[in-house]
Design a protein around this ligand. Structure first.
Ligand SMILES: [Mg+2]
Length: 291
């Protein structure tokens, strides 16, 4: 069982019930954000939601401010992947009564980042639990029909990443601090430059590129990846939580500075990724994969 299998079975059930799209939802389950198209509007709205659980996504010993920062970064990064400008968010937070100080520090980190991006904190929910968890939903705005999609890759496209990879994996293994930054500005810049296909790197390029290829019904040949200083090739290929953008373009003109070409999209089995000619198994983070 993998996370993607579960998502596909949930999606199939929603389709059978006739509730996978409609009511203005033009992109449902399966991309970084859902897309809602208000009738007659000039913009589409995108929605994403992300949970974090103590012991899974963070440890209690970590800085609560940094955890709050990361909680919002995950959803902002999904907005960036669509080329959307984040507008507002909701935050639901559950924590033990004695962790009130922790919760306040978490909120400091969260609200500080929200203010950097002018994201309105519009509401949420609080509960008392044994273990800390949070759920963040973000709504963003993108010009109508211009959202970048995982499914929009075309055979022959060059694949790019927005920065070096393996930073978060290296930090985790060496006990160093790494504060991920959602590439919101870059996402809008790519969208304005006409980029059609993008996603964010939350689980590692080996897993995420396979997802992009699967959504586009195509395969990819990865020839190179920019490795973060001090990181290994394995960390760069499979390490999650770098929150760089992965995108494809039919030509190399106008690709912003700091972005690296890493391979090509090609015809082939949907979701197949080759690395230097050999099949690359998706070994990035998966909540449900049996080891
Ligand atoms: Mg994503």
């Amino acid at each position: 069982l993998t996370e993607d299998d579960l998502i596909r079975s949930f999606q199939a059930q929603a389709r059978r019930l006739g509730i996978a799209s409609g009511n203005g939802v033009v992109q449902g389950i399966g991309d970084d954000c859902a897309i809602f198209r208000p009738p007659g509007g000039r913009s589409d709205l995108v929605f994403t939601t992300d949970m974090m659980h103590e012991g899974v996504h963070f440890r209690l010993g970590e800085s609560a401010r940094a955890v709050g920062h990361k909680a919002l970064t995950r959803s902002l990064s999904d907005c960036a992947a669509m080329g959307a400008r984040p507008l507002f968010c909701t935050l639901s937070l559950a924590f033990p009564k004695e962790a009130e100080r922790w919760a306040k520090d978490f909120y400091n980190g969260f609200s500080r980042l929200a203010s950097v991006h002018s994201v309105i904190i519009a509401g949420g929910d609080l509960a008392s639990t044994e273990r800390i968890c949070c759920d963040v939903a973000v709504c963003g705005q993108v010009p109508r029909g211009k959202a970048m999609l995982r499914s929009a890759a075309v055979a022959g496209d060059t694949i790019y990443v927005s920065g070096t990879l393996g930073k978060a994996a290296l930090a985790l293994e060496s006990g160093r601090r790494f504060v991920p930054q959602a590439r919101v500005q870059l996402g809008e810049q790519l969208r304005d430059a006409g980029v059609r296909c993008a996603m964010d790197l939350s689980d590692g390029v080996s897993s995420d590129l396979a997802r992009l290829c699967k959504a586009s019904g195509l395969a990819a040949n990865l020839t190179d990846v920019p490795i973060a200083r001090g990181a290994t090739l394995a960390q760069a290929l499979h390490g999650g939580e770098d929150y760089e953008l992965l995108f494809t373009v039919p030509h190399s003109r106008g690709v912003p500075k700091g972005c690296h070409a890493i391979g090509h999209i090609m015809e082939g089995r949907a979701g197949l990724v080759l690395f230097r000619g050999e099949p690359l198994a998706p070994q990035g983070w998966d909540h449900f994969r049996s080891q």
